[in-house]
Write a protein that binds this ligand. Structure first.
Ligand SMILES: [Zn+2]
Length: 207
């Protein structure tokens, strides 16, 4: 097995990625990188790739020796040589996976949409993984194929319908607005407003 020393990391033909949401990386031409030997850098990488849990379970040296991240999780500018991408900069960290969707429901009452006590915050990639509200239906039409998202690429989905079996039960009859705010780090990256009527619910909202 060939090994090549490069910055703080090594490239090897391991086929196992320890990122929280993309563990089966056997396809494509991926390269695998060690976690940093420096405890602080190692911790930053773990948090960014959704594996905070490993920082409690494993020592930095154990992670360095046995755990890997694949090249998918690093932006081009994190590589010493962006054209071949086989060597990471000493301070390289994977792209943060914190792309969150905040879903807030409003109910139409007295001529306006008012806060309704349903709110979810979920990671976009995780939402696809667990098929939150039937999100995987969005893979059937359009060019979105799941995570990771690529910077600068325009995604479109079409004919998406939530899966009613995955929506919360016991919503009273009425008109609703469902606002999904897409967050990138702490920035609002976009807003999707959906409107829905709940008809014939066994629950009626009483003012
Ligand atoms: Zn990976």
């Amino acid at each position: 097995m060939s090994e090549k020393k490069s910055g703080n990391s090594m490239v090897r033909s391991y086929q196992n990625c320890n990122h929280a949401f993309y563990s089966n990386s056997t396809q494509e031409n991926l390269k695998f990188f060690k976690f940093a030997e420096d405890p602080e850098m190692c911790k930053r990488s773990l948090y960014a790739c959704g594996r905070k849990d490993l920082s409690f379970k494993k020592s930095t040296s154990a992670l360095y020796n046995t755990h890997r991240l694949c090249s998918k999780h690093f932006k081009v500018e994190m590589f010493v040589n962006p054209d071949v991408m086989d060597s990471l900069l000493t301070l390289a960290v994977p792209e943060s996976y914190q792309k969150n969707i905040i879903t807030q429901v409003y109910m139409f009452l007295s001529n306006e949409y008012r806060y309704f006590p349903i709110r979810y915050e979920i990671n976009l990639c995780k939402a696809f993984e667990v098929n939150y509200a039937g999100m995987r239906n969005g893979l059937k039409c359009g060019n979105f194929a799941g995570c990771p998202l690529q910077t600068g690429k325009i995604y479109h989905v079409c004919n998406w319908m939530p899966d009613e079996n995955k929506l919360p039960p016991a919503i009273p009859t009425g008109k609703y607005k469902i606002r999904m705010t897409l967050m990138y780090e702490l920035e609002e990256a976009g807003i999707i407003d959906c409107y829905a009527d709940i008809v014939n619910s066994m629950y009626i909202f009483k003012k």
